[in-house]
Design a binder for this molecule. Structure first.
Ligand code: CTP
Length: 415
């Protein structure tokens, strides 16, 4: 018998999965429902992880007849969620939080029964509840006998899903586990992973150059102390990610944050407002869109002490001087880009934002109330009003990731 030895190169070039190695770094809920194709979901989980995804598996009761939760737990490194009323799991991450955590809910395989649940908006179990509670995209990979697939009621349910912008991936045609042949096989794993890239991508800003500022700035007082603010950078980073997904080339000029750089984003780290201003002016020249989402310190200490300030007196007076206004500087450029800014306010929010829009020469401003606990600085959600000179739109409370997509859609309409 001859044994063929593969070189590493042969193996990788053989693997269609390599097409999907692009890093998406998403939070994905992988919903597994009760069909024989559930055995393929373990492989799907692995391939999703190859795209940088963190995968939380949610199973229905019927799914557990086909594959054990332990398999998914071992592969994902996370306990499988399967019960809406599991008080221990709910205490860790409640189902509403989980629905918000997700960038995508992918149900694979999706049985005819689950598709019917989804079409009717039912919330009888954890997975269907998550689908109702999320603002992330939902995709289903149907897997069923071909007669069930062709049944009018299944097709009606699917067209309802399509009307609600739920992505239906597949099915494929071929030999089925029931011994028959036809449409109803779950799409192959590499094709599913490829389709997911497509869900996140659009060409709203194809080829545009976008410069974004994000996060706080840090203004040194002495070798151990600095002035800063509560900004986490989450909104700016979400905007950078959404702009890349819309086909833009993105430069992100970021103050100190713990956030990971989104895929394909050119990141420049800075500390102070003066540095941020300099980096912006270097990069903004030939850009189409500038988004100032950073919480730039308006003042910096007039002098940075070279030695640690000692507590010699009962009071300490600091002298602060004005920092450059970055948006104003961009606005003053001869070739100014489309400018988007934020107005972080605690009172008279709309009036203050309108003033800033005009005074700083912006095209669009996003006004947010930073006095609230669930909106603004250092949280995952935001409730804002988007204003231009011509219009004003109040947005409901939503995740910063979804809001970033909406803002990018608005910017794209004007560019
Ligand atoms: N901004 C800027 N440069 C500064 C201060 C703010 O580019 N030195 C930008 C922010 O990134 C944001 C917008 O200006 O997009 C408004 O920021 P905000 O802090 O709300 O307003 P300020 O201009 O600082 O005014 P005030 O603090 O007086 O409300």
């Amino acid at each position: 018998m001859r044994v063929k030895f593969f070189k590493d190169k042969d193996l990788t070039s053989d693997f269609r999965y390599n097409r999907a190695m692009k890093k998406l770094n998403k939070h994905i809920i992988l919903g597994v429902t009760g069909g024989i194709a559930a055995y393929k979901s373990a492989e799907l989980l692995r391939r999703l992880q190859d795209t940088g995804a963190t995968v939380q598996v949610v199973m229905t009761e019927a799914a557990k007849e086909f594959i054990t939760p332990l398999t998914f737990q071992a592969l994902s490194g996370r306990a499988v969620r399967d019960d809406l009323f599991d008080s221990a799991a709910e205490a860790g991450m409640g189902h509403i939080e989980l629905a918000r955590w997700a960038d995508l809910i992918l149900v694979a395989p999706a049985t005819a029964d689950f598709i019917a649940d989804l079409a009717q908006g039912r919330a009888g179990h954890l997975l269907s509840t998550l689908c109702l509670a999320t603002d992330a995209p939902i995709a289903v990979a149907p897997a069923m006998n071909h007669q069930m697939w062709h049944n009018t009621v299944t097709q009606q349910n699917l067209s309802q899903l399509a009307d609600r912008n739920i992505h239906v991936l597949g099915p494929a045609a071929g030999h089925q586990a029931c011994g028959e042949t036809g449409y109803g096989r779950m799409l192959d794993v590499p094709d599913l992973v490829d389709s997911i890239e497509g869900i996140f991508a659009n060409d709203l800003l194809a080829g545009k150059r976008v410069v974004i500022t994000a996060g706080p700035t840090r203004e040194a007082l002495d070798p151990v102390r600095y002035l800063t603010n509560y900004s986490s950078g989450k909104m700016g980073f979400a905007l950078a990610e959404a702009a890349v997904e819309a086909g833009a080339f993105v430069t992100l000029i970021a103050g100190p944050t713990v956030l990971d750089t989104p895929n394909k984003v050119e990141r420049i780290n800075i500390e102070t407002a003066v540095e941020m201003n300099a980096r912006v002016l270097e990069h903004v020249e030939d850009c189409d869109i500038f988004i100032g989402s950073a919480a730039v310190a308006d003042y910096r200490p007039s002098e940075i002490q070279t030695k640690k300030i000692k507590k010699t007196n009962d009071t300490l007076t600091l002298e602060l001087i004005r920092n450059p206004d970055i948006i104003k500087n961009v606005s003053a450029l001869k070739n100014k880009p489309f400018i988007v800014g934020f107005a972080a306010e605690t009172n008279d929010i709309i009036a203050a934002a309108k003033n800033k829009l005009v005074n700083k020469g912006m095209d669009l401003i996003i006004a947010n109330d930073i006095g609230r606990k669930d909106s603004g600085f250092d949280v995952d959600s935001n409730e804002v009003t988007i204003l231009s000179e011509e219009y004003q739109e109040a947005m409901p409370l939503m995740s910063k990731k979804l809001l970033a997509k909406k803002i990018i859609e608005m910017i794209a309409k004007e560019n």
